[in-house]
Structures are given as structure tokens and as C-alpha cells.
Design a protein. Structure first.
Length: 341
């Protein structure tokens, strides 16, 4: 299936980047209309449940709800883990994105990780249909990200992209609109947060939440040895339950994030080794393009450049590259048909 018909007054066409941390929706001809955390808060009433909040409001409740309310992230690694919660969340996002004047359910293009299984792909399609879509197609996120970052991924040239999201890191060599070789890791922004949590427990004997870990990650970045040395004070809970303030430095960030970043570097090298020589020559000239929310981690581009020997460029809008590329595909039905996952 492709979206061959021109956009009519009766229906709308949506491009959705269904991410572990954030869901972004673009409407054909209008651009990005929604960017919300992929979080849902539910109040349980016997076997039934009531949606309390979705998106930013639900994210504020993470780790702070009473027993009667669950704040959940329905996706992990950009794969649906809680189908009912994902459907309720997506239904809300689609309803918010579609014009009230639209008389027909929207057509929807959803971006998924390259490493997704056929069963997981079907779950995404069924979820989107149940949430209010009339027709659903899926495309691989790295291809959409490359198009959204302005790469000529549909031409016979080698393009190397690394999309570092919350749940997955997707590395792909693209040419003529297809994926030549790729790697998909469940090591990305969330794994970095978890590494910081583990570092705090091991080095300082305190427990922090993932939201505090994310703040540390954003403030201190990769902690480059030769870069500006920063510090930040955070509070954690000791085993006794008593809060304890701790001052963290760039060295803490460097040590905490060493494992996740090295895993990305290793996968990048392995992907490049599997690349045909002709495309490798193109990539040596063009370099590596970084997209995704976690790609904005201060110093990550420099570390990847040092390790690979390639010029590394952060996309102009790394958080939106996937959905912007997907929106471009809505205007190019022939290319879209060739890229359906």
C-alpha cells in the first residue's frame, strides 16, 4: 500500500515517529503538529482502566503516583511492550493531530526500527488501526531520518547515519533508498541514564531516579577530558533512607557513560567494515550524520569522530529528522512504495 491519492478535504495523512521517549506527529502539508513524551497515566478500576493523563502531564507523574495510578512508558526500544497502553496513547495523539473537520479516518505512516521483527511490525500496524487510522504503512526509521536530515539517501551514493534515540541506536549505510548494511542496538539514551544510576550507586552509595540521571547526562554530557570541566550537585537517597547531596563532575559522566558509548563505537566500526568499498569511499568524503534526541549529548559527535576517523555532523533538527523524512515520503508515493518495511 502506498498513499497514491492526493490529499483531499475528506482525510488527512499523518507521519508518526513512535519513539520510546517521545512521539512526534507531522501532518502532510502542515509540518510537525505534536511532540509529546510517550507516557500514559492510568487509574485502575477493577478490570477496567481510566486514562488520567497522556504525554507531558503523564511524564510528570513517573515515580510519583499512588498505588491506584500507573504512569507507564508503553514502548521499549521503540517496540510496543504494553499494547493496551500504547493504543490508548496513540489514539489520544492521533485525535489531537487530526482536524475536527476531517470526515474520514486518517492514513498513517509509522516509522519503526530497522531491527524490528515481522511480529513487532504487525503489532505497530494493528495498534495504529485500533487507535483510529484507516490505512497504515511502516517504514524504517533510519531511512526516514536520513531523508529528514537532508541526505541524498535515494541516490546511488553511500550515506552513513547514526540515529541515537532513547531506546535504540540505529546505524545504517544507505544507498538508492535502501539499507545496505546496518546495526540496531538497545543501547541509547535510556541505557546511558541507567549507567549513570549504576555509577551513583557504586561510587557514592546513593540511589537516584532516571529523571535525575537524565539531568546529569544533559548537564555534564560525555565529560570530555580536554573539554570544559563542569560540575552539578544532585541529591540521592542512601540505604538508610536519608537524602545525601553529591557534587558530580565531568569525570563522573565520562566514567559512567564509557560503556554505552563504547558499544555504539564498536557497532559503528562493525557496520563500516561490512560496507562495500565503493560506498565506503563515498562515506569517507561525506562522513557520518547523527540524528535522534540522545545524539545531542555534548561531546558525542567528537568521540565518534575520533574513534571512526570520519567527519561527524549533527543534523540540523536531530529530534525531528525521522518525522520530517517521513513527511517528505507522504509527498513521494513512488519512493514510499519502494521503502515500505
Amino acid at each position: 500500500m502506498g498513499f497514491e491519492n492526493p490529499l483531499s478535504l475528506l482525510t488527512q495523512e499523518l507521519a508518526i515517529d513512535l519513539g520510546t521517549a517521545n512521539t512526534v506527529v507531522a501532518v502532510r502539508g502542515q509540518g510537525v503538529v505534536l511532540d509529546e513524551p510517550s507516557v500514559l497515566a492510568i487509574r485502575q478500576r477493577g478490570k477496567a482502566h481510566e486514562v488520567v493523563a497522556v504525554g507531558a502531564g503523564a511524564k510528570e507523574m513517573l515515580g510519583r503516583t499512588p498505588d491506584s495510578i500507573r504512569a507507564v512508558r508503553p514502548l521499549s526500544g521503540s517496540v510496543i511492550r504494553d499494547y493496551d497502553a500504547a493504543e490508548a496513547m496513540l489514539r489520544y495523539f492521533i485525535a489531537r493531530s487530526v482536524s475536527k473537520r476531517s470526515l474520514v479516518k486518517p492514513r498513517v505512516l509509522v516509522c519503526v526500527p530497522f531491527g524490528i521483527t515481522q511480529e513487532q511490525r504487525r503489532a505497530v500496524q494493528e495498534c495504529a488501526r485500533s487507535a483510529g487510522a484507516r490505512e497504515v504503512v511502516v517504514v524504517h526509521g533510519p531511512v526516514a531520518a536520513a531523508l529528514g536530515a537532508g541526505l541524498p539517501a535515494h541516490q546511488p551514493l553511500g550515506n552513513l547515519i547514526c540515529d541515537v534515540g532513547a531506546g535504540t541506536t540505529e546505524i545504517a549505510v544507505l544507498s538508492m533508498g535502501g539499507v545496505v548494511t546496518s546495526a540496531s542496538l538497545t543501547i541509547a539514551g535510556d541505557a546511558m541514564d541507567q549507567a549513570i544510576v549504576a555509577h551513583m550507586a557504586k561510587e557514592y552509595g546513593i540511589e537516584i531516579g532516571e529523571r535525575t540521571a537524565e539531568i546529569i547526562k544533559i548537564e555534564l554530557g560525555c565529560g570530555l577530558e580536554h573539554g570544559p570541566q563542569r560540575s552539578i550537585q544532585v541529591k540521592g537517597r542512601q540505604k538508610s533512607g536519608i537524602p545525601k547531596p553529591v557534587t558530580l563532575t565531568s569525570a563522573d559522566a565520562r566514567h559512567a557513560l564509557e560503556g554505552p558509548i563504547q558499544a555504539i563505537i564498536t557497532a559503528l566500526g562493525q557496520t563500516f567494515e561490512r560496507t562495500p568499498p565503493e560506498l565506503s569511499a563515498d562515506i569517507l568524503d561525506a562522513g557520518l550524520v547523527l540524528t535522534g534526541g540522545a545524539a545531542q549529548l555534548a561531546g558525542l559527535d567528537e568521540l565518534l569522530g575520533q574513534a571512526s576517523g570520519l567527519p561527524v555532523v549533527l543534523a540540523h533538527q536531530p529530534l525531528l529528522s525521522v518525522v520530517l523524512g517521513a513527511e517528505l515520503l507522504l509527498d513521494q508515493p513512488a519512493l514510499l512504495r519502494s521503502l515500505i518495511a
